[in-house]
Structure formats: structure tokens, C-alpha cells
Design a protein around this ligand. Structure first.
Ligand code: FAD
Length: 277
């Protein structure tokens, strides 16, 4: 399995930017493209997660997954979303809790992604994926505790998992062993983020808690002030990670494209035969 993640344009973006990204990705024939969901819903007209998923399916004839968070939603909100999804033919949802904003108290209706999946499963024919964390979720006391909670998500109906980004494959292999030992048997895609911009990566890493191996920090230190070299080194690092993951027989690769088709194409073309082999 090989898939991409994109995000809707920011407030001042446009649908043309979405088309440009999709024009550069869909001919690579990914198994699906997932579209992130911003809890604020702060996207330009016509560019919501739902609308982009519909474009991917209808105009590009490519499978798609809509991300959906529940931390700020009531049951009524989710009922409305189910109606909207079903009316435009969306079949797949990456069900998430979402990050808790310290300034906005979370709603009480759904405390975890597993509760969102159980609720939606009773009320729809949708298929569900869930998020997983090779180094443990930042709020979990340990990887083991996080995996116990992940099992609840799978038991609730998640049929497929996509991992948080990581830069050291050993974390993914250790996580995979523990997840399988805990009885989690659904396909688990490895999330790979090409590091093409040092600032962007620092921000992501602070948010998600992924650790940076020395090989990686050396690349950042050496090339961060040379954008072209940083981009090429980031692409090469991601390719290296993917080849190792493929050689170890992982279920799939999910590429965080950051809406950058150039980088996604370079990587995809380089690993095409590896992923098929
Ligand atoms: P949960 O599965 O609810 O887990 C959150 C925490 O609660 C973990 O520490 C877990 O161990 C614990 N937990 C889970 N279940 C239980 C339980 N039953 N009892 C006790 N503890 C429990 N965010 C967005 O806002 N929009 C996106 O589009 C988006 N896409 C993402 C895609 C991927 C692949 C990943 C990995 C993350 C994404 N995120 C996104 C970020 C995500 O919303 C955050 O990581 C969030 O903090 C946790 O979401 P979750 O669905 O994993 O939560």
C-alpha cells in the first residue's frame, strides 16, 4: 500500500492550489489520498476536507480518506457530518480525537477516537482508519499504555492504522512487534515525512514528539541554510527510510506530502519498483 496525505489550503489559499497539488499526485496512482481536518474549519469556500475528498474521488477517480476530529464536536455535530459524508459518497474516515487546545475546553461527548468510531459505526456504513504512534502518543505514560489504548480503537472498528511520522525506523519496528503481540492485526502504514525544510520539521517534531536520530540532526545542521541541499538530502533520507521499511515487509507507506508534489514525485518515482517488489 502506498498513499499520500494532503491538507486543505489555509484561509488565503484557493481551490486552484488544491487542483495543482492533485494534478501532481494522482497520476502516481496512490492507493488513496487522505485529507486532513482542521478543527477550526478555517478553510476558503469550496476547500473543506469533505469537498476536497469529493474532488479526489469524482474528478481524479482516486480513493480518498477524510480525516475527522471529535474533540470539539457534539453527537449532533457528528450526526450532521455522517449525513454530509454519505450524501457525497465518502466511504472512508480517519477518525481522530484531535489535539486538545488549552484555551478551548474539550466537549464531553467524545473523549477518544475509539468512542467516535463506535458511535459512527452504529450509525453509518463508513469504514474507519485510526492514528497510531511508533514512539507513543505524547499524553501516554508509556508506549505499552498507548498500545493498550490503540487496541481499544481497533476493537471499536478501526480497520487500518496510519502512523505518526518518525525518523528512525527502529522505533517503528519495535512498535510493530508490540502492537502485533497485543493482538492488533490490522494493516499498519508507516508515516513518512520528507524533511525538506528544517523549520517546518522542528515545528512538527515539537508538536508530535518524534525523536531525531544523530544522522538526521547532522543533515539539518549541515544543510538548513541551503534550501536546495536540504530538500535533496530530505528526499534522499525519506527514500532510504522507505527502502528499509519495504525490505522489512511493512504493510504500507503513507507519505506526508505537505502539498508538495515535486517532493512526493521524486520519492515515489525512486521507490516505485521497491514498493511493487
Ligand atoms: P486517541 O486515540 O483518542 O488517543 C489520544 C490519547 O488518549 C493517547 O495518549 C491514548 O493513549 C489515549 N487513549 C486513547 N483511548 C483511550 C481510552 N479508551 N482510555 C484512556 N486513554 C485513551 N489532528 C488534526 O487535528 N487533524 C488531522 O487531520 C489529523 N490527522 C492525523 C493523522 C495521523 C496519521 C496522525 C498520527 C495524527 C493526526 N492528527 C490530526 C493529530 C491527532 O489529532 C493528535 O495526535 C491527537 O492528540 C490524538 O488523536 P488520536 O485520534 O490518536 O486520539
Amino acid at each position: 500500500m502506498f498513499s499520500f496525505e494532503i491538507f486543505p489550503p489555509k484561509k488565503d489559499g484557493s481551490i486552484e492550489a488544491v487542483y495543482k497539488t492533485l494534478d501532481g499526485l494522482t497520476d502516481l496512482k496512490p492507493d488513496f489520498i487522505s485529507v486532513t481536518y482542521g478543527a477550526g474549519g478555517n478553510t476558503p469556500a469550496g476547500c473543506s476536507t469533505r469537498e476536497i475528498v469529493c474532488i479526489i474521488k469524482e474528478k481524479y477517480h482516486t480513493e480518498s480518506i477524510a480525516h475527522l476530529t471529535c474533540v470539539n464536536s457534539t453527537r449532533e455535530d457528528i450526526d450532521r457530518v455522517i449525513g454530509e459524508f454519505e450524501s457525497c459518497g465518502i466511504e472512508n474516515v480517519l477518525a481522530l480525537r484531535g489535539d486538545i487546545n488549552p484555551d478551548i475546553p474539550p466537549r464531553e461527548d467524545f473523549k477518544h477516537a475509539s468512542e467516535l468510531i463506535s458511535y459512527m459505526k452504529q450509525r453509518s456504513g463508513l469504514s474507519f482508519s485510526g492514528a497510531c504512534y511508533p514512539e507513543g502518543h505524547t499524553e501516554a505514560k508509556s508506549l505499552e499504555e498507548d498500545i493498550e489504548n490503540l487496541k481499544k480503537k481497533v476493537d471499536a472498528g478501526a480497520e487500518h492504522l496510519i502512523s505518526q511520522l518518525f525518523f528512525d525506523n527502529h522505533h517503528f519496528y519495535e512498535f510493530l512487534d508490540k502492537a502485533r503481540a497485543a493482538g492488533i492485526n490490522v494493516p499498519i502504514e508507516a508515516g513518512i515525512m520528507p524533511c525538506v525544510n528544517a523549520n517546518q520539521i522542528q515545528r512538527m517534531v515539537t508538536m508530535c514528539g518524534a525523536s531525531l536520530p544523530p544522522k538526521f540532526t547532522k543533515i539539518m545542521a549541515r544543510f538548513e541554510s541551503n534550501p536546495e541541499a536540504m530538500r535533496d538530502a530530505g528526499i534522499a533520507y525519506a527514500i532510504d527510510q522507505i527502502i528499509d521499511l519495504a525490505a522489512n515487509g511493512v504493510d504500507g507507506i503513507h507519505l506526508y506530502t505537505m502539498n508538495n508534489p515535486y517532493v512526493a514525485r521524486k520519492i515515489s518515482k525512486s521507490v516505485e519498483s521497491v514498493l511493487l517488489g
